[in-house]
Design a protein around this ligand. Structure first.
Ligand code: NAD
Ligand code: WQD
Length: 345
């Protein structure tokens, strides 16, 4: 059996960390990425960390000709599908782009897998599929849906497509990995999250304040029904998350069907707790002010991660201090991300 994995979106934040985990676990990787939200430098850095080559095809997962070429040229045993657009706010402004990339792109990928006889797939899903009505902690048996933006709906739709595909083809083996809030960076400081423009997410924003690129953090809402009034999320280290993909690949080898797994720590942490933890790890102070709530934010959610522990043998092992220290190392050693200079103008 080949140990060659096709990683779509492999130049991105989670994809690049997963390439390291794959190579360290004895897998080889081929990447397809159109670089719409990433840099080829990330792939070079992965090669520096692991000392192993990554074969790279630049292009979109909606390009069936390119996918057929990749499957013809490489003996691929499984696909990890990260490629997609992920900005929640932007998805309401550009719903067609989100459905085209995330849903139509996944369909083309599935058709190409079928044509080449590849039966194993790990899909990047999200805690967002639980929607706004679900009780916490989120457990995989809950009904999904009630998503509140096109991004979330696109993830939910792909999950339905994958379940139907697995029902129709009993040889298919699919893991739907529902990530909670991935943060942190590889401890080498060579790869990390490199958002373009103003960061939407909390940790990249805090890191940019710490490095002097932004003046202060706006804490979105201080009057939620939580212990300190700020929202609770389940932050997990991206290195743990990357290992979850390796465990999922191993699970695929002796299971069929489409199954969902939460990947989180099982613990909720508030925005203010994150600010304090980051200050501790970096030695920098993070000026902030409490601002109005952000539309669409839920007060609190975290994972019931027991299924992944039981069936994948995966548990998150890195804590908040490592998440913060590794974010800070990445940001302070690469203040402009993968670019040599600040290109924001
Ligand atoms: P990212 O933007 O860093 O990585 C996505 C990669 O896919 C990028 O390299 C981008 O250039 C590429 N890409 C996008 N559309 C493409 C297309 N049509 N064809 C080929 N390449 C394409 O994002 P990430 O944080 O690494 O997220 C990876 C996956 O995990 C995404 O599907 C995302 O929705 C999902 N996810 C992310 C989070 C999170 O908080 N980061 C949480 C849950 C789920
Ligand atoms: C975390 C907390 C904010 C920025 C999003 C997607 C979700 C998933 C992960 C992909 C919230 C607060 C943030 C800031 C703040 N992605 N915050 N000031 O919203 O939990 O999840 O990313 O699937 O689908 O919705 O993550 O990092 O944006 O916010 O106070 O400048 O930090 O209000 O409470 P979120 P986040």
């Amino acid at each position: 059996m080949s140990k060659l994995v096709l990683v779509t979106g492999g130049a991105g934040y989670i994809g690049s960390h997963t390439l390291v985990a794959l190579q360290e676990a004895g897998f080889d990787a081929v990447v397809i990425d159109n670089l719409c939200n990433s840099s080829e430098v990330a792939l070079q850095r992965v090669e520096t960390i692991t000392g192993k080559p990554v074969r790279f095809y630049r292009g979109g997962v909606g390009d069936r000709v390119l996918l057929d070429q990749i499957f013809a040229e490489n003996a691929i045993c499984a696909v990890i599908h990260f490629a997609g657009l992920k900005a929640v706010g932007e998805s309401s402004q550009k719903p067609l782009e989100y459905y085209q990339n995330n849903v139509a792109g996944s369909l083309v990928l599935l058709e190409a897998m079928r044509a080449s006889g590849v039966k194993r797939l790990v899909f990047s899903s999200s805690a967002t599929v639980y929607g706004s009505e679900a009780p916490v902690p989120y457990v995989e048996t809950l009904q999904t849906g009630s998503t509140s933006n096109p991004y979330g709906t696109s993830k939910w739709m792909v999950e339905q497509v994958l379940r139907d595909a697995a029902n129709a083809d009993p040889e298919l083996s699919i893991a739907l990995l529902r990530y909670f809030n991935p943060v942190g960076a590889h401890p080498s400081g060579l790869i990390g999250e490199d958002p373009q423009g103003i960061p939407n997410n909390l940790l990249p924003y805090i890191a940019q304040v710490a490095v002097g690129k932004r003046e202060e953090l706006s804490v979105f809402g201080g009057d939620y029904p939580t212990p300190d009034g700020t929202c609770l999320r389940d932050y997990l280290h991206v290195v743990d998350l990357a290992l979850g993909h390796v465990r999922a690949l191993e699970w695929l080898a002796d299971h069929t069907g489409a199954e969902a797994f939460n990947l989180g720590t099982g613990q909720g942490t508030s925005v203010l707790e994150i600010v304090r933890a980051f200050e501790r790890a970096s030695g920098e102070s993070i000026p902030f002010q409490v601002a109005p709530r952000r539309a669409g934010d839920l007060p609190a959610f975290w994972a019931d991660a027991s299924r992944a522990a039981r069936e994948l043998g995966w548990v998150a092992s890195l804590g908040l201090d490592e998440m913060m220290a590794d974010t800070w190392r990445w940001q302070s050693e690469n203040p402009h991300g993968y670019r040599a200079v600040d290109e924001e103008g």
